[in-house]
Design a protein around this ligand. Structure first.
Ligand code: PEP
Length: 252
């Protein structure tokens, strides 16, 4: 375990069901009872399960969130879900700019920034995801890509808003691959991101920066010990309490 306690967020993606969720959420609530104070844990569930998360997690140490949001306030936007609607169900977090949204739904940097802004206006904490592809990394474009993704968000938000967000570094090539980025890469990238944030002021420089990409019980402690890593965003391993709780524990 490391010096400071971490923020660990599960991203269920398009997985789950009422029955299996109940088992998992109850196990997380139970497991968190014995975790040291300070450790913060959340799960980002598909929209239909927000009411269930609210019912089962309210009053526990497990917070919940959504995996995306509309960039609009309200109106004729068929199929969209607003930040205010999510907030109605006790939601704390909203992932925005996940690489799967950027890639499969063509979400651009400005749209992601608007979503972060909607989240903050509704009192949610946006978890802004940035990350380079394998090809971008190969051509040494990593910092350029991350800087463009992050600055679109920082340029749109006020300093006060930016100080309330969470940043997640998720190298696209590590997501779902079974192999996380190495600690040396993570150290360099997180130091770079910390510098970009600090340029927006002291308060923004202190926001949590999470690592995401094939986090698992076997590698969580090493990654959480890297300077400027304030926790993790966990995909696949957040679907079972047997894997997610040990990752959370590594952040305690
Ligand atoms: C993610 O997609 O946010 C993620 C971190 O996925 P995984 O842990 O499955 O690599």
């Amino acid at each position: 375990s490391s010096v400071s306690t971490k923020l660990v967020i599960g991203n269920w993606k398009m997985h789950g069901g009422l029955r299996s969720n109940e088992v998992l959420l109850n196990a997380l609530v139970d497991g968190m009872k014995s975790m040291p104070p300070g450790l913060k844990v959340g799960v980002c569930v598909p929209f239909p399960y927000l009411a269930q998360a609210n019912a089962l997690l309210a009053g526990s140490r497990v917070e919940w969130g959504v995996q995306d949001l509309s960039s609009h306030h309200e109106g004729a936007y068929t199929g969209e879900v607003s930040a205010v609607m999510a907030a109605d169900f006790g939601t704390r977090y909203a992932i925005v700019g996940h690489s799967e949204r950027r890639e499969y739904h063509r979400e651009g940097a400005i749209l992601v920034a608007e979503k972060a802004e909607r989240a903050l206006e509704a009192g949610l904490t946006p978890i802004v995801c940035v990350g380079e592809t394998a090809e971008e990394r190969e051509y040494a474009f990593t910092e350029r890509v991350l800087s463009a993704q992050l600055s679109a968000v920082l340029d749109r938000l006020s300093v006060e808003q930016a100080a309330s967000m969470v940043l997640a570094y998720e190298p696209v090539w590590a997501i779902g691959s079974g192999t996380s980025a190495g600690v040396d890469d993570v150290r360099d990238v997180h130091a770079f991101l910390r510098g970009q944030l600090a340029a927006k002021g002291e308060a923004v420089g202190r926001i949590p920066v999470l690592y995401g990409g094939s986090l698992k019980p076997e590698n969580a402690a090493a990654l959480f010990a890297v300077p400027n890593v304030d926790g993790g965003l966990v995909g696949g391993a957040s679907l079972s309490a047997d894997k997610f709780l040990p990752i959370c524990e590594a952040g305690a």
